[in-house]
Design a protein around this ligand. Sequence first.
Ligand SMILES: [Zn+2]
Length: 594
Amino acid sequence: MPLTLDQLNSASLADAAQMLEGLYEHSPWIAQQALAQRPFASLAALKHAMVSVLAAASVDQQLALIRAHPELAGKAMEARTLTAESTVEQNKAGLTNCTPEELAHIRQLNADYLARFGFPFILAVRGPRGNGLSKREIIATFERRLDNPVDFERGESLRNIHRIAEIRLNDKFGFEPTLGNEVWDWHEALAQHSDPGYKEHGQLTVTYLTDAHRACAADLQRQMADCGFDEVGVDTVGNVVGRFHGTTPDAPTLLTGSHFDTVRNGGKYDGRLGIFVPMACVQQLHAAGKRLPFAVEVVGFAEEEGQRYKATFLGSGALTGDFNPIWLDQQDTNGVTMRTAMLRAGLPATLEAINALKRDPAKYLGFVEVHIEQGPVLNELDIPLGVVTSINASVRYLGEVVGMACHAGTTPMDRRRDAAAAVAELALYAEQRAAADGDSVATIGMLQVPNGSINVVPGRCTFSLDLRAPSDEQRNALEHDVLKQLQAICERRGVRDTLEETMRAAAAPSAPAWQARWESAVASLGVPLHRMPSGAGHDAMKLHEVMPQAMLFVRGLNSGISHNPLESTTSDDIDLCVRAFSHLLEQLASEHTH
Ligand SMILES: [Zn+2]
């Protein structure tokens, strides 16, 4: 019989501790201490209580817990002395059926890992979906993590231990994140479509209006229809639009969605999560025969990443009347204009048809967007969901510093005008200046010495500069200081600079009422509330220009890596996200009926 939360909340401390036995390998103290926080409103609250206990423990206690774990496919497995929980987990991952060669390789990795870190390699082998990682995935993760710094790897071990405990806890309570599993599987299925040149290598690349892109649109339409949307279609820029009607024909509309195009060799969740999560909510409403006092419009934006054409936010921009006419004549690397690509996709490719997509904000309540965090913050805090306070303001420059190329051997240090050293000095200043704000970021991501050589003092250096901050004022102050410093560096070094501004975007602070709705949705799940700015731009930035918006982030695994095949999130976190979205819909419904 699976346990219930009521049983756990009302049991004696000793009985409750007994119920949670085995969650953390040979370390019952974690669950015992967490029980002091009873009653728990949800399993998610209990999970976080245990996370907090371990976070507050000493490094020695943390290391003792890590060392209490068996080696993966190690001697304990061969000698059959694993705990029952570990045996099941290693079995599910197929680790009990390794070939002698695989076993030898894993044994070597175990030895290398132990020698480097002083503790065994720990991986939640049941993985983000709970059904087991493949041997190949396990070995690849093992090899990759060998390169991590020691402190980071201790944190990564603890996060994996919490994931192992989460799955064990689900098993004890007979809980399956069924919604999360379904949405997780939708991501897997959609990721089957990938542009040629990438698909052959198992990489995910879906750029604007390619065959793979259109196959994604077709799948999304079919799935939306299956979920019970009343109207489903592709609009004149290729966005997939599903409408779930409200109780009355004149009901206002909640707009939501995100993009389904990807960067080259990208991740499966970036963008798509924000389409699938509200689809799952509509599916539930439809199954229950429910209507809301407002319509829900879910848009799978066709283009956000600006990969095939330099037309970033084309999909969401079309809804705000922000389609740039010169884009139609832009060519991709094969010389295919956007107009031709649109015509081939059966789209009219006329400005008249595109401009007709502009939404009337008066008919909309607002825009909400779910997105994978694409950063390390939630993962590090071990918190599943984050409420976005603002999408950061940004500005980008391409620059060049010109000094004088001269002989690296004969030119004394005090006679040089080294262009690369000037940019390097700027990079160090920008790093320190942004860090002083705490939540600003500054990056020189490109730094080149054109035609440089080993024995020549750099005469030219080209570079990029990317500055972001949660408000326009803070971004402006950062920009002012960095540019002033560049002038000072150039004067002192006797070099000159040119700068070209290539992008400037205003901050998109969340509308307070919408942010509050996300906050109460998160709170209703018993998940700790974490507010954070979005460092990356999102479709919500575009909709921000015409209606109130707010975003919800979902934790990413692997330090939140994104625009990368390692991008990942668990079905447990997705499940929480679907429930948060449903809560937001219910809350909005109650606001409209009262
Ligand atoms: Zn995205």
